[in-house]
Design a protein around this ligand. Structure first.
Ligand SMILES: Nc1ncnc2c1ncn2[C@@H]1O[C@H](COP(=O)(O)OP(=O)(O)OP(=O)(O)O)[C@@H](O)[C@H]1O
Ligand SMILES: [Mg+2]
Length: 338
């Protein structure tokens, strides 16, 4: 029954669960709060996210998937189990679960993910690579012999891939994505204004003000932090143009990654991409001007998927339609159990 197929986008920033026929059924930050006195988990998801930067010394709010790799197996497993428990407790039959994993994931890490889902009562577990899920979620028919270029800008990694005939033909993955822009903002404000700001404030500035294409002197925002010299709280005003050079440097690494993939690609497929354009997915692709910057350097049209933040989850939930066709980027992970 199709409604018992679940797709999980196990992202660095957030975990999104999509159920075939129902849509998005869970969206929570990928954060776990741990009590370091006895190593017990205090909160998972939204509740743990609220604790970031505000915890007493004995509570640690951890992102177990930081930078697109599983930096903490036990907590990742805990998180998967908790989210699956939340979403599937009302189901009468055990679901088939497809999980989208970062492309740099190791074999050992894959096993940990599969084990976690199996322990959480999944009937069958499949692993999907992020570019494949992103393409399906962006509404692309990946079965065609027609090259498409996907650029998924997440929180921890940017994945660039050319897909044709249900497989990944060429790809590149870099650890430059949404978080990198936040870090660049923090660094810039610290160096130029001697003001220390937190990661949540930096993300807010990125979403509300930042631009990596033709920045304006007139777009401004007020930011609050702690002055590093006086140690006191301080408010300053910054402009879009002020942040631009620091952000451009990171954005150009994404452009370079796209260029590397195109340089290695068979000419026929490059021709397809010239006609089809580039499709961007992932929350990080919403950065103001990133589409225009890429188009101006690569000289092809760039479009954002309709719901970029949800594309991977939607594609993971719908990957079951392609089970018989997928040659690459799709692993029947349930075999790991035997
Ligand atoms: N409007 C916006 N403008 C700029 N950046 C945004 C916007 N909305 C979300 N983001 C950024 O998108 C990133 C999260 O994207 P996404 O949810 O696709 O990541 P993820 O899938 O969890 O990470 P990964 O794919 O690397 O594992 C964050 O860095 C967030 O700040
Ligand atoms: Mg992602």
């Amino acid at each position: 029954m199709a409604s018992l197929d679940i797709g999980i986008d196990l992202g660095t920033t957030s975990v999104i669960v999509y159920m075939h026929g129902k849509g998005i059924i869970l969206r929570e930050p990928s954060v776990v709060a741990v009590d370091t006195r006895d190593n017990t988990v205090m909160a998972v998801g939204e509740e743990a996210y609220e604790m970031i930067g505000k915890t007493p010394a004995y509570i640690n709010a951890i992102r177990p998937l930081r930078d697109g790799v599983i930096s903490n197996h036990i907590l990742t497993e805990f998180m998967i189990k908790e989210f699956l428990r939340k979403t599937s407790k009302s189901l009468m039959i055990k679901p088939r679960v497809a999980i989208c994993v970062p492309s740099s994931i190791t074999d050992v890490e894959s096993r940990a993910v599969v084990q976690a889902a199996t322990n959480a009562d999944a009937r069958k577990v499949f692993l999907v690579e992020e570019p494949i899920a992103a393409a399906i979620g962006a509404g692309i028919d990946i079965k065609e012999a027609n090259g498409v270029l996907i650029v998924d800008v997440g929180g921890g990694t940017t994945d660039v891939a050319i897909i044709s005939l249900s497989g990944i033909v060429r790809s590149d993955s870099i650890k430059v994505a949404g978080n990198t822009f936040d870090e660049a903002i923090i660094r810039h404000i610290r160096q130029k204004y001697k003001l220390l700001i937190g990661e949540r404030m930096a993300e807010k500035i990125k979403i509300e003000l930042a631009s990596v294409f033709e920045p304006s002197e007139n777009e401004k925002t007020t930011i609050k932090g702690r002055n590093l010299v006086t140690g006191l709280p301080q408010k300053i005003e910054i402009t879009q143009a002020d942040l631009y050079p620091a952000l451009l440097e990171c954005a150009m690494e994404i452009v370079a990654s796209i260029r590397r993939v195109l340089e290695k690609a068979p000419p026929e497929l490059v021709g397809d991409i010239y006609s089809n354009g580039i499709t961007m997915t992932g929350g990080g692709c919403l950065l103001n001007g990133l589409d225009k910057l890429i188009a101006s350097h690569i000289h092809v049209d760039v479009r954002r998927a309709e719901e970029p933040t949800d594309s991977v989850a939607i594609g993971t939930g719908n990957v079951f339609d392609y089970i018989s066709d997928l040659s690459d980027g799709f692993v029947n992970a349930s075999t790991y159990q035997h």
